[in-house]
Design a protein around this ligand. Sequence first.
Ligand SMILES: C[S@@+](CC[C@H](N)C(=O)[O-])C[C@H]1O[C@@H](n2cnc3c(N)ncnc32)[C@H](O)[C@@H]1O
Length: 251
Amino acid sequence: MWRADVITIFPEMFPGPLGASLAGKARANGIWDLAATDLRDFATDRHRSVDDTPAGGGPGMVLRADVLARAIDAIAPEHDPRPRLLTSPRGKPLTQARVRELAAGPGVVIVCGRFEGVDERVIAGRNLEEVSIGDYVLSGGELAALVLIDACVRLLPGVMGKEASGAEESFSDGLLEYPHYTRPQLFEGRDIPPVLVSGDHGRVAAWRRAEAERITRERRPDLWAKFREADLTRMADAQAPAIPPKKATDG
Ligand SMILES: C[S@@+](CC[C@H](N)C(=O)[O-])C[C@H]1O[C@@H](n2cnc3c(N)ncnc32)[C@H](O)[C@@H]1O
């Protein structure tokens, strides 16, 4: 079973939205599980303190390395094979490729940052992988953890219906997805593109591909450049001779 453990000062935020819909059903069916642990359980003073003032001064508070390390060691001891992630705006941006890797593994352990962040020594000492969900600042890592877990859970075998498989989604082949339409045929003077009701599967596939390329080119030049680069590499690989040509000799 794929398992997510979350370390947080707000365990009541979990499972939150992950208790509903596809993820909630899949959890009830034993496909995955989630446990949220209260970081304050690992404090040692009577106030259950988990943070302190930043060394060097400045505003805000910092999550203490010793308290966090005790929590991590209890939840994910050294032999636990799951990656240990730390939600952080300065982390590596989360991508569908990384989500796919995480979903294919045994699960995740996620530390939710709060306040100004986390003492750097526990990041190094417990080998935490910093992950960002976008270039903006949340007030805490809990929403980021929910986003990451949701993205993984929907890819677990048995969670999505066959018809909603992830194979043709945005990012699956480096492109954003083509537009969708459904009944009614005419909506406020706008028709469904005729090709989609032509019954010609080849033309439908070609139209969708062209639209996916157009939308990616227009909206995400960064993804488009990567896609083009990969495409050129694929073309060069396909054209390369399988056997290197014999070297000409002087006789
Ligand atoms: C108020 S933020 C701290 C921001 C930090 N002082 C900075 O400037 O980078 C508190 C916590 O929210 C979480 N967080 C905020 N934005 C995030 C993002 N874009 N992705 C992932 N986690 C985020 C992190 O766990 C962070 O430690």
